[in-house]
Ligand binder design. Structure first.
Ligand SMILES: Cc1cc2nc3c(=O)[nH]c(=O)nc-3n(C[C@H](O)[C@H](O)[C@H](O)COP(=O)(O)O)c2cc1C
Length: 176
């Protein structure tokens, strides 16, 4: 157990990796109508009444302007076999939706097929959070399945819920 006073960002990030999270892909539409999305481990439930959820968007992220300022977004909670999708939506590439089956949901945001749960949100508020923006959404529509294992993220690695590393490659076919 290492004690560190006033940790630098890299050391802080390593320690924060002790907190296992699920993984979400947050999606929306750019002003020109093109779909966009990014991988986020910062998703959290916030309030049941009213129904609010949040995630944190990095201020340097290219998609911040779309995500934090557009009127709607969708949070897609990934399944254990969707680590490939988590990687793809975190990469700097123009085709993050390649091979991803999705449909336009409420307010036209992409709803990812096969996700454990999806929360289609209306933007509720943004707050400054240091080098991130806290983005709060009001859940307008949800879908979820009660069977299926989550994709987890722990100490910088994707896990499949059993403590094993999640498969790096896509295992199932389907999708466009
Ligand atoms: C496991 C994992 C979790 C991430 N969580 C977040 C997050 O919560 N918020 C965020 O803004 N970026 C997060 N990122 C980074 C984004 O997915 C993405 O790489 C970044 O926003 C750059 O994309 P952009 O500049 O094209 O928007 C995460 C990346 C990974 C691999």
């Amino acid at each position: 157990m290492a004690t560190v006073e006033s940790p630098d960002p890299i050391t802080l990030r390593r320690a924060l990796g002790s907190f296992a999270t699920g993984i979400a892909v947050v999606t929306g539409r750019r002003p020109d109508g093109e779909p966009f999305g990014l991988t986020a481990s910062s998703f959290q439930s916030l309030s049941l009444d009213p129904p609010l959820v949040l995630y944190n968007a990095q201020k340097g992220a290219a998609s911040l302007a779309f995500l934090a300022e557009r009127p709607a977004f969708c949070v897609n909670i990934l399944r254990r076999d969707q680590a490939w999708m988590a990687r793809q939506f975190a990469e700097h590439r123009p085709d993050r939706f390649a091979g991803v089956a999705w449909e336009a949901g409420w307010s036209d945001c992409p709803v990812v097929e096969g996700a454990l749960a999806t929360f289609e949100c209306r933007l509720w508020a943004n707050y400054d959070g240091g080098d991130h923006v806290i983005v709060i959404g009001e859940v307008m529509r949800q879908r979820f399945v009660e069977v299926g294992d989550p994709l987890l993220y722990f100490r910088g690695s994707f896990m499949d819920g059993s403590g094993r590393d999640a498969p790096a490659q896509r295992q199932c076919t389907g999708g466009s």
